[in-house]
Design a protein around this ligand. Structure first.
Ligand code: SAH
Length: 254
């Protein structure tokens, strides 16, 4: 009997942001194949005796190639195991979930997708930045900032600069300066506020706020590291208002 593969989103970091469905799959899986961005506490929820396979990829240093990951997943499933393929955030948002499903399809292996909270949503909430806010932003887009993925379609910064209110850039830290320059070049106001959220929703979360013109200097001074998101847009200004509410609530309680 062929097993099954559940491609599961583990959320942005905080284990409490797992969905109930994700938790159930993790607790019952025979094999858990997990990525680098998955919190180890979440992997620790596996049942005793489950096989744990680390598939982590550090930028530039591959532990398992995508082919090896696919082959391992297929081998276990064909042997009748229930495999949980555990990914940071959501499997369909820059998570290669679709590619893995296509590989499974070639072998007729049943699969399911369990969505997760993508880091844009998780980190924005945690950093008190609403991605849409009346009077500030009526749209947002999630964009990749990485150009080293052999992607055939480059990001259309020229269009994004004008057509979307809030931009959330994944995998953009190493390209931060050129992304900001590109947006300014295409007519975005250099004073547009920008937030950087490092390790969003985890205990080590850090947030920095600047503008398109100066945020790269802040990132350098703070020695910003991955994973981190870039949020660009007027909504970043709302953060101070929300934090003021939080401070007021604390002072009233205190
Ligand atoms: N599938 C994932 C994205 C994987 S791409 C999701 O839905 O979130 C990896 C990128 O996600 C990182 O380079 C970073 O930009 C972002 N990221 C993932 N977790 C993050 C976190 N906790 N805080 C900030 N950014 C994060």
């Amino acid at each position: 009997m062929t097993g099954k593969v559940s491609i599961v989103g583990a959320g942005p970091g905080d284990p409490e942001l797992l969905t109930v469905k994700a938790l159930r799959r993790i607790e019952s899986a025979d094999v858990i194949m997990y990525d680098r961005l998955v919190n180890k506490e979440i992997v620790g929820l596996a049942r005793q005796g489950a096989i744990l396979v680390y598939c982590g990829k550090k930028p530039g240093a591959h532990t398992m190639s995508q082919d090896e990951i696919n082959n391992t997943m297929i081998t276990y499933a064909l042997a009748g195991q229930h495999v949980v393929r555990l990914k940071g955030g959501d499997p369909f948002v820059f998570g290669r979930g679709g590619e893995e499903v296509l590989e499974l399809g070639a072998y007729g292996i049943p699969y399911e997708i369990v969505p997760g909270i993508t880091s844009a949503i998780g980190a924005a909430a945690s950093a008190a930045i609403p991605l849409t806010h009346r009077g500030y932003a009526a749209s947002f887009a999630c964009v990749t900032g990485s150009r080293c993925h052999g992607d055939q379609s480059p990001v259309r910064w020229d269009l994004l600069a004008h057509s979307v209110d809030t931009l959330v850039v994944y995998m953009g830290v190493s390209e931060l300066n050129s992304i900001c320059m590109e947006l300014i070049h295409h007519g975005k106001n250099p004073m547009t506020p920008v937030a950087l959220i490092e390790k969003g929703t985890t205990k080590n979360e850090r947030t920095f706020v600047g503008t398109l013109a100066d945020i790269h200097k802040l990132a350098k001074a703070a020695e910003l590291t991955n994973p981190a998101l870039i949020i660009i847009g007027e909504v970043v200004r709302v953060r101070e208002q929300l934090l003021a509410v939080e401070r007021k609530a604390i002072s009233l309680i205190g």
